[in-house]
Design a protein around this ligand. Structure first.
Ligand SMILES: Cc1cc2nc3c(=O)[nH]c(=O)nc-3n(C[C@H](O)[C@H](O)[C@H](O)COP(=O)(O)OP(=O)(O)OC[C@H]3O[C@@H](n4cnc5c(N)ncnc54)[C@H](O)[C@@H]3O)c2cc1C
Length: 452
């Protein structure tokens, strides 16, 4: 039986980042993957969606070329299959690059499906049969998959998951999206630009339910301006089908018809078929339970990434994997999520870190909020991207930065400063006294910090 210092089950961002870190620290490392290295993020999530959104962003810019003094026309309708081919090239290039990096660093990759035989022994079933592997430390990094609506399974033709959306070759005429969270909003933004008539149905009072209220409202307004229908506090009560057309009856009696429907109501963690019951690893409602050090109920077995209860984001998954590996070489430190950035790649982008005003008040802070509109920046006018706002939340007593919430161009990059500020305990004067290059979008943080 082959033995390793550390074995990762799952080759997504948490698995491959942890395995690379393990090699950097001198451990022997094995990465077991049943499908493709890169996981959801590289194969079906972050990268392919952002590749499509990059094409959409260019379409949007070309459509607005006149604002830049240019006369340029686009061939329409857009050929989604062509845009998709470009996306596949990017995904393949990055996958090959990742495999090479793993090999160069000495990470062993084993193709197959792993399950626990004992606390430190895995059975891996691959094309050439089953083999047993021993890991002194085992990290479960098996990720998640799209969640179905009860009674409405994905049929992969017109009732679609986010995975299916990436295989579409034609732009749907009418696209209904059930669930206005991050994934739903990103696909809405994308397909509205490509020419679909998009409707979002969200059962909570706002789209992006985890985002700052004002910012989510602003996105809704901008979506509606782009022709996206947004139904909040509505559920799909009934679904009927007339051949190729789906008809949705919403709470209150409104009807939405579509040729494709995306169900984006969350993700199920991959805890099945892992033999967790063989080793008494505690699972609650489909989530692997871990302590502050990300250790499961079995000593030496950890779980990281989408499969545990933390925010389902690639960078969170990566940070968790690094925490586990680093703890094998130093005095153990609990995973520190402070300042984690949440990003939504709509147009315009949405990003946040830390506490919202309401959360800070609930936590007992005396709060001071400062704002700046993107329209106040020279850069926004140059780039013709004036829609947006940045809100900073400070503790009035200590002047410390508690949170930042942004909707606007490049919000996903701008939020890094807020994350760092929160982690370093930055005060308002630290932001004010830091020179921000002019003209850049980053000035929105500087201006907001100065607006008392
Ligand atoms: C449409 C979409 C867009 C997204 N966009 C973003 C984004 O822009 N930014 C962001 O931060 N996050 C984004 N995410 C979320 C991000 O993809 C996940 O948070 C991230 O992939 C989680 O990483 P992971 O390593 O935990 O798991 P995964 O990436 O899910 O990888 C788990 C891997 O484990 C393998 N596996 C499962 N069971 C076994 C087994 N028994 N044996 C062997 N292998 C197994 C799977 O095949 C898979 O490859 C997006 C997700 C989706 C669906």
């Amino acid at each position: 039986m082959k033995k390793y210092d550390i074995v990762f089950i799952g080759g997504g961002p948490s698995g491959y980042t942890g395995a690379l870190r393990a090699r950097d620290l001198g451990f022997s490392a094995l990465l077991i993957e049943k499908s493709k290295v890169g996981g959801v993020c590289l194969q079906l999530g972050c990268i392919p969606t952002k590749a499509l959104l990059a094409s959409a962003s260019l379409i949007d810019k070309i459509t607005r070329a006149v604002q830049f003094g240019l006369e340029v026309r686009l061939d329409t309708p857009h050929k989604l299959w062509k845009i998709s081919e470009k996306k596949d090239v990017i995904v393949n290039e990055l996958t090959q690059g990742l495999i090479q990096t793993l090999k160069r660093k000495g990470v062993e990759i084993l193709q197959g499906e792993a399950s626990f035989k004992g606390p430190h022994v895995l059975t891996v079933k691959g094309e050439n049969g089953a083999e047993e592997i021993e890991g002194q430390v085992i990290v479960i990094a098996t990720g998640s998959r799209p969640q179905e609506l009860p009674g409405i399974p994905f049929n992969h033709t017109n009732i679609l998951s986010s995975d299916d959306m990436l295989t579409l070759r034609e732009v749907p005429k009418d696209l209904a999206i059930i669930g206005g969270g991050v994934i739903g909003c990103e696909f809405a933004s994308l397909f509205a630009v490509l020419g679909s008539k998009v409707s979002i149905v969200e059962m909570l009072p706002q789209i992006l339910p985890l985002s700052d209220k004002d910012i989510a409202k602003r996105l809704e307004v901008l979506f509606k301006r782009r022709g996206i229908q947004v139904f909040t506090e509505k559920k799909m009560e009934k679904l009927s089908s007339d051949g190729a057309v789906l008809s949705l009856l919403l709470t209150g009696g409104e009807r939405v018809s579509c040729d494709k429907m995306l169900i984006s109501v969350g993700r199920r963690r991959n805890v099945e078929n892992l033999g967790l019951e063989n080793v008494d690893i505690n699972v609650d409602k489909g989530t692997i339970l871990v302590n502050g050090f990300l250790e499961t109920s079995v000593a030496g077995v950890y779980a990281v990434g989408d499969v545990i209860g933390s925010p389902q984001l690639a960078h969170v998954a990566q940070a968790e994997a690094i925490c586990v590996v680093d703890n094998l070489r130093r005095e153990r430190r609990a995973m520190n999520y402070r300042g984690w950035p949440n990003t939504v790649f709509t147009h315009p982008e949405v990003a946040s870190a830390g506490l919202s005003k309401e959360e800070a008040e609930k936590a007992g802070y005396e709060v001071e909020e400062s704002r700046c509109l993107f329209g106040a920046l020279g850069k926004s006018h140059v780039e013709r991207e004036t829609d947006g706002i940045a809100k900073l939340v400070f503790d009035r007593k200590t002047d410390k930065l508690l949170g930042g919430h942004i909707i606007g161009e490049n919000a996903s990059d701008l939020i890094a400063e807020i994350s760092l500020g929160i982690r370093l305990g930055a005060k308002r004067e630290d932001l004010v006294n830091t020179m921000h290059a002019h003209p850049t979008f980053s000035e929105v943080i500087w201006e907001a910090s100065r607006n008392i």
